[in-house]
Design a protein around this ligand. Structure first.
Ligand SMILES: NC(=O)c1ccc[n+]([C@@H]2O[C@H](COP(=O)([O-])OP(=O)(O)OC[C@H]3O[C@@H](n4cnc5c(N)ncnc54)[C@H](O)[C@@H]3O)[C@@H](O)[C@H]2O)c1
Ligand SMILES: CC(C)[C@H](C(=O)O)[C@@H](O)C(=O)O
Ligand SMILES: [Mg+2]
Length: 359
């Protein structure tokens, strides 16, 4: 069966890194992968053309696709839009919500070649391999009521942090199953010392635990988790948490691997349809300079092959190609260190493609 893949480059460095992913998809096709690739607009670039960050056309294409590959959205050009619903980020959030992509997998894995690019001492990060499972369609990101309004002569801003038992349970199951496939350790991160919503979160995780007797479940408050991530990150294997805590902790974990430019992600729904994107944003500070690291985006292609297209061997081929390029000492600016060769976005793409062809 021919799989439809929708490529959404987005804004800022999005199109630069998406171009490398598009070349990689072509190489996969040449290597026998049966896919059809379409492109679409999302984020600020969609707003500029259609007045909407998630045009109906894009949403329809996304619904019809087996998998979506997204670059990044957002940028200063659209930060001043008063109507929040028109902001580029709403395009991304709309895709996640409309497609029911509640299960966000954010692996923070250190390529051994990058130990010296990490902001932590090499011995603290050597062999690091964490999987953050972030709930992606609920919590404070989507809770109602929300808004900014006038109360007692001044403006107040408010959001609602809410999770139902069923929402907690389904992300819990994703995490327990992930732990079963890995080292059978699961740490649930919450703020159950203060917030009722996470008291319920903890209760539901505890209730699920007996169904996964081979998994050792632990709990940690989010402030401690942030500290432990930079103190002794290797104590973690699978971490499960809500939408906002997962957003923050995954950026922190990213830096342990050398650069946020290395971290791919998968966002999955109940039927295995997925959206794949780097964890980083549109990096307006370096956009248009051909210096962004395209590896998170290219590794997102590997995650897509593994989780939505069931093409594990080809996914491993991409990951091995990235490893061999790093072995050869090629580095974009964000991961550069002494004795390595600095390359541009496109040159990094060239190198990964050449290595992919050799495997
Ligand atoms: N998934 C997404 O589309 C997504 C994620 C995060 C932020 N954003 C949006 O991106 C915009 C910028 O946000 P930000 O600055 O907080 O975060 P960011 O991730 O875009 O950038 C943070 C820092 O990391 C660097 N960086 C990020 N990706 C890189 C890469 N591939 N190679 C090299 N360096 C890289 C940037 O240059 C910057 O210094 C905002 O509009 C934000 O809303 C989008
Ligand atoms: C751009 C923004 C809406 C998004 C989020 O907060 O989820 C981003 O930071 C991410 O990590 O994917
Ligand atoms: Mg984020």
């Amino acid at each position: 069966m021919t799989h439809k893949v929708l490529l959404l480059p987005g804004d800022g460095i999005g199109p630069e890194i998406a171009a490398q992913a598009a070349r990689l998809l072509k190489a996969c096709q040449e290597a026998g992968l049966d896919i059809e690739v379409e492109e679409g607009l999302v984020g600020g670039s969609a707003y500029d053309v259609h007045g909407e960050p998630l045009p109906t056309e894009t949403l329809e294409k996304a619904k019809a696709a087996s998998a979506i590959l997204l670059g990044a959205v957002g940028g200063p050009k659209w930060d001043k839009l008063e109507d929040l619903s028109k902001r580029p980020e709403k395009g991304l959030l709309g895709l996640r919500k409309n497609l029911g992509l509640f299960g966000n997998l954010r692996p923070a894995m250190l390529y051994p070649q990058l130990a010296s690019a990490s902001s932590l001492k090499p011995e603290l990060v050597a062999g690091l391999d964490i999987m953050i499972v972030r709930e992606l369609t609920g919590g404070i990101y989507f809770g109602q009521p929300r808004g900014i309004e006038e109360r007692n002569g001044e403006r107040v801003g408010f959001n609602t942090y809410i999770y139902s038992e069923s929402e907690i349970e389904r992300i819990g199951r994703v995490a327990f199953e992930m732990a079963q496939k890995r080292s059978k350790k699961l740490c649930s991160v919450d703020k159950a010392n203060v917030l009722e919503v996470t008291i319920l979160w903890r209760e539901v995780m505890e209730r699920l635990a007996p169904e996964y007797p081979d998994v050792e479940l632990s709990h940690m408050y989010v402030d401690n988790a942030a500290m432990q991530l930079v103190r002794a990150p290797k104590q973690f294997d699978v971490v499960v948490t809500g939408n906002m805590f997962g957003d923050i902790l995954s950026d922190a974990a990213a830096m342990l691997t050398g650069s946020i430019g290395m971290l791919p992600s998968a966002s999955l729904n109940e039927s295995g349809q997925g959206m794949y994107e780097p964890c980083h944003g549109s990096a307006p500070d370096i956009a248009g300079q051909n210096i962004a690291n395209p590896l998170a985006m290219m590794l997102s292609v590997a995650m897509m092959l593994r989780y939505s297209l069931n093409e594990t061997a080809m996914a491993e081929r991409i990951e091995a190609a990235v490893g061999s390029v790093l072995d050869d000492g090629l580095r974009t600016a964000d991961i550069a260190s002494e004795g390595t060769r600095r390359v541009s976005t496109a040159e990094m793409g060239d190198a990964v493609l050449a290595a992919f062809a050799n495997y």
